[in-house]
Design a protein around this ligand. Structure first.
Ligand code: PGA
Length: 249
């Protein structure tokens, strides 16, 4: 089974009203009818702006985080219901920057995953090892533990989730995992999904993220278990992001 690929941009804490406008104009001009699904995950203050720009286009709207809570005294957080009001289709959960700088545990990531699913938002669940963990030979153990936390989210089918393998040492560093290294971990994740839900495993998209760019995308995306990309830096440059979209088929 070959999945329709998903190319998702993660703008992180970048952009401005003017810069977003220019980036989206260029993307919309160049994207045509893509052979893959495309999304941009934008900072929360720009959801309304980007919703208006991408409505009725092949570009879907994504958020970079979602609260595990439905409402109430959680200063600074955004609920899945609020994201829903802005047409948000995807929400990144458990990005390594959230795990690292905001202390998000596997349990917190699972709760956020459940909150997104309950509102019909597809969570893009990030997993990945640090350099120290890789060097200690712990890559498999770490990514399997992170994935296991979200596999049995109450009442939902695992096939509603997108997984993103993002080795922490490759994020924003220019050091991409080699296609073989990435495929190796993707195969481990696929096997784990197969074990948990054999009838759905093949259809769950596993994205690669970590310094994916216009030059290396085609080779990474041609690996059998790489079903798309989560792209940080290169998603802020329209020609680069468009080239990655073109490489996904
Ligand atoms: P990068 O970021 O493409 O800039 O390495 C990817 C990510 O963190 O999602």
């Amino acid at each position: 089974m070959t999945n329709r690929k998903l190319i998702a941009g993660n703008w992180k804490m970048n952009g401005s009203l003017a810069a977003n406008e220019a980036l989206l104009d260029a993307l919309l001009q160049g994207v045509g009818a893509p052979n893959c699904d495309v999304a941009v995950c934008v900072p929360a203050p720009y959801l309304a702006q980007v919703q208006a720009k991408v409505a009725g286009t092949p570009i879907a709207l994504g958020a970079q985080d979602v609260s595990a809570q439905p409402q109430g005294a959680f200063t600074g957080e955004q609920s899945a219901a609020m994201l829903n009001e802005f047409g948000v289709r995807y929400a990144i959960v458990g990005h390594s920057e959230r795990r690292q700088y905001h202390g998000e545990s596997d349990e917190a990531v699972a709760a956020k995953t459940a909150a997104a699913l309950a509102r019909g938002i597809t969570p893009i669940v990030c997993v990945g090892e640090t350099l120290a963990e890789r060097e200690a030979g712990r890559t498999e153990e770490v990514v399997k533990r992170q994935l296991a936390a979200v596999i049995h989210v109450n009442g939902h089918c695992i096939s509603e989730i997108v997984v993103a393998y993002e080795p922490v040492w490759a994020i924003g560093t220019g050091k991409t995992a080699s296609p073989e290294q990435a495929q190796g971990v993707h195969a481990v994740l696929r096997a784990q999904l197969h074990h948990a839900a054999s009838e759905h495993a093949a259809g769950i998209r596993i994205l690669y993220g970590g310094s994916m760019n216009a030059a290396n995308a085609a080779e990474l995306l041609s690996q059998p278990d790489i079903d798309g990309g989560l792209i940080g830096g290169a998603s802020l440059k329209a020609p680069d992001f468009l080239q990655i979209i073109a490489a996904a088929r």
